[in-house]
Design a protein around this ligand. Structure first.
Ligand code: GTP
Ligand code: MG
Length: 225
């Protein structure tokens, strides 16, 4: 891949235009940060309410990120679009990213359903990699949502990617990401063996998640959980 950044959006000999474009980009990133705040609050409200009623938290923790400018640029380039504010908003779903890590598998679906039932949230896409894990063993529940965010100029529908997973799924995915995203690893001798062992460890994690869910279901017959 060409590592040189070519940013027609910012790379202009006209300083006035450069400043205008840079301001537009930073304005857009502010809007995505606000989108994350709005969705994070919704998730925290659900968690707080649930914890009062059931005396435990379905959500262990929430991690958020705004996609880095370089990743935004590379993704648009891959899709064949130029780097512009319009294309960022229209073509990318994951500039605002929220990862929700839950205690049990059924908590994932509880959180997803409660969020989806809020009438200001529009679900654009769902990928259930828990019911259908990826061939490498990756599991997670992905939602692309659109939520209205109120700015002084008016109501703006903003998109975000929400990944919901258990601690076990998150543990595996985080380590797999660290191990697999090393430059040139795919050409490395023994890569097939590495992939096979990662898949094996994913299966062990599925067993563990299912076992914990089973224990919860057994206790849940006698106690609210
Ligand atoms: P991207 O172009 O990567 O955004 O993929 P996509 O548009 O096909 O969406 P998908 O829902 O498959 O994946 C979105 C995100 O999920 C990725 O950016 C990662 O954060 C995460 N993800 C997907 N597959 C894997 C995987 O195999 N391993 C790990 N660690 N994370 C993954
Ligand atoms: Mg992505």
């Amino acid at each position: 891949m060409d590592n040189k950044l070519n940013l027609p959006f910012l790379d202009t000999p006209d300083p006035e235009r450069f400043i205008k474009n840079a301001a537009k980009f930073s304005d857009l990133m502010m809007m995505y940060r606000c989108t994350i705040r709005e969705l994070q609050t919704k998730l925290e409200v659900l968690n707080d309410e649930f914890s009062i009623e059931n005396k435990r938290n379905p959500i262990s923790f929430i991690k958020t990120r705004v996609k880095k400018p370089e990743s935004i640029y590379r993704k648009l380039q891959k899709l064949g679009y130029e780097f512009s504010a319009e294309n960022i908003q229209e073509q990318l779903n994951d500039v605002a990213g929220i990862r929700v890590v839950c205690a049990f598998i059924d908590d994932i679906y509880t959180v997803a359903d409660l969020l989806a039932s809020q009438d200001d949230i529009k679900i654009l896409q769902i990928k259930d990699y828990i019911k259908n894990p990826k061939p490498n063993g990756y599991r997670s529940y992905h939602m692309i949502v659109e939520v209205p965010v109120f700015f002084s100029r008016g109501k703006t529908p903003m998109r975000a990617e929400i990944q919901i997973r258990t601690n076990g799924m998150d543990f595996w995915a985080t380590l797999e990401h660290q191990l697999r995203y090393k430059k040139g690893i795919e050409e490395m001798e023994g890569y097939d063996q590495i992939s096979a062992e990662l898949l094996e460890s994913a299966h062990a994690m599925i067993e563990m998640d299912n076992e914990m869910q089973h224990i919860k279901d057994m206790i849940g017959q006698f106690h609210d959980l």
